[in-house]
Write a protein that binds this ligand. Structure first.
Ligand code: 5CA
Ligand code: ZN
Length: 412
């Protein structure tokens, strides 16, 4: 499907340190080491509702990764999916007497607008599950042929499952024990209690057509794919067998990214599928998990409608560390609005303190596992100095504004 509009990006002078990121699989902050092209796959939305501030925080974290790699001179091949057919979308459409295709299109269009407003660099490939049916079913066919997958013994619906024993090190991505895996599988769309599975956590690869559900023809029989294999196929077919970063929120650590890796590795025989598995923290609202049932969702589009400057939203989210579970509060936005005004004022002055040192600190903090709170503090320090009017460098305000734009994505 169509991605969103590009964001202008100008190179900034000076050199960038290599980006270090926390990797869930090793539990360590390790340097990323991409070649001339860095390869990143970030799990996209399930478009049954508008983009909330938690989704936005996750995409902003990976936008920083994208920006830092580009600053370091890499071409970034960035791929993101849209889960435009899955249970939550079908359930919502049914509840609201809506057409699931139209619902998905509408929310995806809103998501594009939200991402553009937040100045998130667009993925090079923005790919829906529905448009990828042929390649997904082909991958499932290969897993079945290789013995990594099996058909469940159910005469009515012989669905296809991934056998967790297909790869020697299944579980390496999350590091979770069997009980935790089973509990999370039940919580996040799996079916550990279905009879006749080889292992309770084995994940669905192909669901044979049920009455009143959308389905597609394939060599496996008419049906639709499981969730994890959608991302595995879309990533493998565009980015290749091994990628630099697999990203998403921490709710995707298990089963989603564990199985994405297992599908890919069972198919290619190469380990690891991703050199870094990166997981953003969960955003709650005033301390409570954001959920539709509680009705406590803060939508990016609602903030836009309220004429909140998206750059303030961006700054409010970047004021927290990307991996920290944290709460969205009204005060965060107020603080970000004050900060934005102060930065705008200081970078519009005729002169300021030399900017090189602050730009170097911005880069160093961000390269250190995306420490955006420290990066913002470095800019704050320059802004405080500049507002005393003692700085005399006429280039500095413009130079810093350009660096803030390129590295933090905040247009002043
Ligand atoms: N379509 C799948 C991924 S293939 C999915 O999880 N969609 S989603 O719409 O539920 O979430 C989109 C992205 O936002 C995912 O990376 C998810 O991990 C992340 N996310 C969801 N809720 C939150 C939250 N409260 N805080 C931070 N990130 C979140
Ligand atoms: Zn995914």
């Amino acid at each position: 499907m169509q991605s969103w509009s590009p964001v202008p990006l100008s190179p900034i002078p000076g050199s960038a340190p290599p980006l270090r990121l926390y990797d869930t699989a090793s539990g360590e902050i390790r340097p990323t080491a991409p070649g001339s092209t860095a390869r990143m796959y970030v799990c996209g939305i399930t478009p049954y509702d508008a983009t909330h501030i938690g989704h936005a925080a996750t995409y902003l974290a990976f936008d920083l990764v994208n920006r830092l790699w580009r600053d370091a001179g890499h071409h970034v091949h960035y791929v993101q999916n849209v889960t435009d057919v899955d249970e939550p979308l079908l359930e919502r459409a049914q509840r609201d007497q809506d057409d699931w295709v139209v619902l998905g299109m509408r929310e995806t269009a809103l998501f594009r607008e939200d991402m553009e407003s937040l100045r998130v660099l667009p993925p090079e490939h923005f790919i829906g599950a529905v448009e990828s049916m042929a390649e997904i079913s082909e991958l499932v066919g290969k897993l079945l042929a290789s013995g990594a997958a099996y058909r469940i013994d159910d005469p009515e619906y012989p669905d296809v499952y991934h056998d967790v024993s297909a790869t020697a090190d299944f579980g390496y991505e999350s590091g979770y024990d069997a009980d935790t895996m089973r509990a999370l599988s039940a919580e996040r769309g799996g079916d550990p209690d279905r009879p006749n599975k080889r292992n309770p956590v084995d994940a669905l690869l192909w669901r044979m057509a049920r009455p009143d559900e959308p389905s597609w023809d394939s060599e496996l029989g008419r049906g639709r794919p499981g969730w994890h294999v959608e991302c595995a196929a879309i990533a493998l077919n565009r980015l290749g067998s091994q990628i630099d970063v697999q990203g998403g929120g921490s709710d995707l650590i298990f089963p989603h990214h564990e199985f994405g890796a297992a599908h890919a590795e069972a198919l290619t025989g190469l380990h690891p599928f991703a050199r870094h598995y990166c997981h953003a923290g969960m955003i709650a609202l005033d301390g409570a998990k954001m959920s539709k049932s509680k009705g406590n969702l803060v939508f990016v589009s609602r903030l836009r409608a309220d004429r909140i400057d998206p750059m303030a939203v961006r700054l409010a989210l970047l004021a927290g560390h990307w991996r920290a579970d944290r709460s969205w509060e009204r005060e965060l936005l107020a603080e970000a609005q004050d900060r934005l005004a102060a930065w705008r004022e200081a970078t519009s002055l005729d002169a300021g303190p030399a900017a090189e040192d602050t730009i170097a600190r911005l880069r160093t903090h961000l390269a250190d596992d995306l420490d955006s709170p420290k990066a913002l503090a470095a800019v704050d320090a320059w802004v405080r100095e500049a507002r005393t009017r003692r700085g005399t460098d006429p280039q500095a305000p413009r130079q810093l504004r350009a660096a803030i734009d390129a590295l933090l994505g905040v247009l002043l």
